[in-house]
Design a protein around this ligand. Sequence first.
Ligand code: BG6
Length: 494
Amino acid sequence: MSSRIIPVPAFDYVVFGATGDLTKRKLIPALYHRFKDGQFDETSRIIGASRSKLSEADFQKTAREAIAQFVEKEYQDQAVIDRFVNIITYVPVDASKPEDSGDLGAALRTDPKIVRAFYLAVAPDLFEPIAEYLHKKKLYRRDARVVIEKPLGHDLNSSKAINDGVSKIFQEDQVYRIDHYLGKETVQNLLALRFANTLFEPVWNSAHIDHVQLTVAESVGAGTRGYYDESGALRDMIQNHMLQLLCLVAMEPPASDDANALRDEKLKVLRALRRITNGDVAKTTVRGQYRGVKSETVSVAGYQDELPEEKKGSRTETFVALKAEIENWRWSGVPFYLRTGKRMAERVSEICIQFKPIPHSIFDHAEGAPKPNKLIIRLQPNEGVKLMMMNKDPGPGGMRLRDVALNLTFAEAFNERTPEAYERLLMDVVRGSQTLFMRRDELEAAWAWVDPIREAWDRSTEPPQSYTAGTWGPSGAVALIERDGRSWYEGSLS
Ligand code: BG6
């Protein structure tokens, strides 16, 4: 297989927050890859903007360093890097002090055919001032695009305030809200799996599926990011990435891949989620916080050890497990178990669809009882799809049953580099495709579901359950699923 590169129209991409971490780690490397693959050329421009008084040469140097540090060595091609940094320029901009800012207008071209995009890689309290600055400076165009990314609020009200601020200038069809999980190839493959095959759709419902598990486990810790302690796993991962995954698994087939057709279906799922209210929180949610390990061979700091003095004693959760239920015909009675955490046993994101047991077994005398089929979709790492099926163990000695995987691994099947999420998303902005971006009502529906859980936790006197770094989370998470006679799936990494 070889991918086809479809060039995008020429653009001026202004990146606010140009000296920040996201720009260095993700945006510059992603743009470099797209340039290297020929998706755009020297007719486009990348314009870094931030409060720092850098020169164009300074910023080009930063871009070179970002590529050296964050692009895999085998893709670093000096001749391409030289051409790429040539399309990069820099303008110092302080939206609150226009008089102190450089001339961003001079860096932008006026040809209406050149796509104009503003990526706001800055704190959300700067979204509105920057939008107003662009308007005042007459840099806003009705067809310009603005890209924003989480944290888009810490609850429903703050999220509304952020959206209201941006929408004073930009209309909804100009706003691209990134959830980088939607840019992952394997997440998009969920759409292909469900809607480009006839096999699964007839059994994709409560008549055939027993339950669904979604796991996004990270082996890294929360680190020293100040933001994390304010956020916690519920806001950092469940409200956005994991609910988006749940939507893609659970939504009805949209009529087309049109952005609104797809987002309408996701929204219906979010609105059909049963509210987890105060009384249910203790039964259906578990939060945890990792503690360190120290032995002769390992030494890993606990969450508390990583916090600065003034934050010690924080009750921020680094792990969440919960049971979600979707109240509609397709999913009634099919629980969706979600869990995510830092410092877990492995880095693995996967979806496990567990089918119902066979209705009647003819293998009473066989060794090994038939196990229900499972469809396991591995989002990362070792991307792939695995179908666990019962088979006869070959050879004499009677009927022995064994579950064996029908295994599709992307590395073997496609044999090429998997682009990073940001590559796809940055180019979709230029193409004007909002399909993989969150619409305002989706974002708000997700907050509306998450808020009561957060509020109940805040009211509770119970601290998060402690779990040892390097494990699958607190015992409460095991109990949560075992109460329903089920268990977490932990076995698809090989
Ligand atoms: C981010 C979270 O959105 O996603 C991080 O803020 C988390 O805490 C990251 O580590 C996980 O993304 P990925 O692509 O590494 O799975």
